[in-house]
Design a protein around this ligand. Structure first.
Ligand SMILES: [Fe+2]
Ligand SMILES: [Fe+2]
Length: 484
């Protein structure tokens, strides 16, 4: 379906093909590209409970076709080869995906590893101290903290892309269906391309090497190539996957954080980073759409009693990942520096609450599917009202009890980063501070509580051990902020 359309010129002349592609944007993808379309989709979701289709489905109707123009570039052979070597070691299954691409995605452009350089929404900086000035084309023109903060954000972004491939691979073979397995393979392949894209940001701009300073670009790229689970920049990318539920919940909740980060970074004052966001966002839509579709599928199977996982197991996996997702936005009170440098358009607290509301919406849609499975004759709007009633009253209605449904833990639950009053404080899944004799629950007792709401395999492993040790004061607590 994708075919060369026009020749455009990109920011550099070296390297890649210079072709703009006509590409189908799935409706779930389109929702994250155009705010007005997103609003319309949200209204549709509200009015008709329209569910984004699972990824491998029929063609998108013609009226949904959008133009996505970008040029492509490759990076210098040294790092191109290094990333291919990284892929062979960390993601050898890529060849299977490439060999079977046509079978699963007959209408979609075959996968290729290159950087996609999109268009800027505006030539000028939109936010912060330099608002109204031209965007910065050369990293070397950023001074002081701005230079290193930009480096930290791009490095963190790259680390998430590579880390998630290492995580997905751990449990890939447990996929319940071929469609699910291939979707995860495609997500991994696209994350690799996103990693490549971030490499391009460092590699294509020689001014990252400032006279008299260390070579920031090559130092960072070499570091990224050596990162393993355990030393990635953000916590969520150091948690090993235990079963396929992790692949699904991660794509649903953690890729959604990625969507918000990329959306914000479209305003990035350093132009090469901003140009990278559009093409990455459109791919991210597939990841989120896959996660939601599979979550719904697994939840309906669980409700029918013929699924691999129970609703309780799905809930426990959500309880592991949601707190890490909300923490990825950084301290709720922070984010001003990134705005001052023109890197982002919203503070941490604002974007975190937007994210949290979207999670609630998508889990509610899953619950509507569960309710419709239990009560075959109920309409979607009625199912939504019923779900809300059951969850608000904590009482069974028409045979549907709270334990039949999924819930979104409160933002304060099981936190290890963020505001002082919530990090390492004993909040339960409903956001109520657990107390004993008028005092917050002791660390030991909170650990017991957590064991009752997190997966049994998870609480036996190193991630939970680290949290417990920090909570009990046996290890220093992690810091309150991140470099993303
Ligand atoms: Fe990504
Ligand atoms: Fe993703």
């Amino acid at each position: 379906m994708a075919q060369p359309l026009t020749m455009t010129s990109g920011p550099r002349s070296a390297g890649g093909t210079r072709t703009a592609f006509l590409e189908l944007q799935r409706h779930c993808t389109a929702a994250i590209i155009a705010p007005r379309r997103a609003l319309r989709l949200r209204m549709l979701l509200k009015l008709r409970l329209f569910w984004p289709a699972t990824p491998v489905t029929a063609d998108v109707p013609a009226r949904r076709i959008r133009l996505a123009a970008y040029t492509t570039e490759t990076i210098t052979p040294k790092y191109h080869e290094a990333l291919i070597g990284w892929q062979k070691k960390n993601f050898p299954e890529l060849t299977f995906l490439q060999d079977n691409w046509k079978k699963y995605y007959p209408t979609q452009t075959p996968y290729q590893l290159f950087a996609k350089i999109g268009k800027l929404q505006s030539e000028t900086i939109g936010y912060g101290r330099m608002a109204g000035q031209s965007r910065v084309e050369r990293a070397g023109d950023m001074v002081g903290n701005m230079f290193y903060t930009a480096r930290d954000i791009i490095r963190a972004q790259a680390s998430t892309e590579l880390g998630s491939i290492q995580q997905h691979r751990l449990t890939l073979e447990e996929a319940p269906t071929d469609v699910m397995k291939v979707a995860i393979l495609r997500i991994m392949a696209e994350e690799l391309r996103h990693g490549y894209q971030m490499f391009w940001v460092f590699d294509a701009d020689h001014s990252w090497k400032k006279p008299g300073h260390p070579d920031v670009a090559t130092d960072t790229l070499d570091e990224l190539l050596s990162m393993q689970l355990g030393n990635h920049v953000l916590d969520a990318f150091n948690i090993p996957f235990y079963n396929f539920l992790d692949n699904v919940i991660f794509a649903t909740l953690i890729d959604l954080v990625g969507k918000y980060q990329l959306e914000m970074q479209k305003v990035f004052s350093y132009a090469p980073m901003a140009r990278s966001m559009g093409p990455m966002l459109s791919e991210e839509g597939y990841h989120i759409g896959s996660g939601r579709g599979f979550l719904k599928e697994l939840s309906v199977s669980a409700t029918n009693g013929n699924g691999r996982y129970s609703i309780d197991e799905i809930q426990r996996a959500i309880n592991v990942w949601l707190p890490r997702g909300v923490e990825m936005f950084g301290n709720e009170r922070g984010g001003e520096t990134a705005i001052a440098f023109g890197f982002k358009d919203r503070t941490n607290g604002t974007v975190q609450s937007e994210y949290y509301n979207e999670v609630r919406e998508l889990i509610e849609l899953t619950n509507v599917a569960i309710a419709q499975t239990l009560l075959r004759d109920i309409s979607a709007p009625d199912a939504r009202s019923l779900v809300r009633e059951v969850q608000d009253t904590h009482e069974e209605q028409r045979g549907i009890a709270p334990h039949h449904l999924l819930m979104v833990p409160d933002v304060k639950f099981y936190r290890q980063r963020g505001m002082e009053e919530i990090a390492f404080m004993p909040y339960d899944v409903d956001g109520i501070l657990l107390t004993e004799n008028g005092k917050p629950l002791s660390g030991e007792r909170y650990i017991e509580y957590l064991k009752g709401v997190l997966p049994s395999y998870y609480v036996k492993d190193s991630e939970f051990a680290k949290y417990s040790a920090a909570l009990l004061g046996r290890q220093p607590k992690v810091g309150s902020s991140y470099g993303w």
